[in-house]
Write a protein that binds this ligand. Structure first.
Ligand SMILES: [Zn+2]
Length: 161
């Protein structure tokens, strides 16, 4: 059996079998970049959800290289909202969505059902509304405050006559 004298991480030198040394070297070798089945876990799910069938090859390569398993849940969560919000033709190409880390961007929710002209305004022009839950009437700073929900319950703010 071939033995080699090694000194690992500054420790005591020791004789080990050559086959073991090879094992150590193999372990320390940087990971290859070729996609492994494990690193592509989640890709197909995401691909179907994203539903813009371009740049698949590049997206897959990027995914295999850069998307870690613990990121997948967050990406799927974001993608679900992103595709609801953004029409297909305005969606980034999948590979750009990944590369730009679009999935880290906040999605600005806006309740389109609110039309500020339906609301009474006070003399200074601030919109007034009532809480859908408890009926409390309040004056809001502007339409964005209305969108955010009632101060009391965080519920939708309805117009009143
Ligand atoms: Zn309320």
């Amino acid at each position: 059996m071939l033995e080699i004298l090694i000194r690992e991480n500054g420790g005591e030198p020791k004789w080990v079998a050559a086959s073991e040394v090879l094992g150590i070297i193999m372990k320390k070798k940087p990971k290859t970049s070729s996609p492994s089945p494990l690193s592509l876990k989640g890709f197909d799910v995401w691909w179907k959800k994203y539903d813009k069938k371009v740049t698949k090859k590049q997206a897959m390569q990027y995914w295999a290289k850069h998307i870690k398993q613990e990121m997948v849940t967050g990406i799927l969560w974001h993608t679900k909202r992103y595709v609801e919000k953004v029409e297909k033709r305005y969606r980034l190409d999948p590979v750009r969505y990944l590369r730009n880390e679009k999935f880290n961007d906040e999605i600005i929710e806006q309740d389109k059902r609110i039309d500020v002209t339906e609301y009474k305004h006070d003399t200074t022009g601030m919109p007034m509304g009532k809480c859908k839950k408890c009926g409390k009437r309040d004056t809001y700073l502007n339409q964005w405050e209305l969108y955010k929900g009632s101060d009391c319950c965080g519920e939708k703010v309805l117009p009143f006559k």
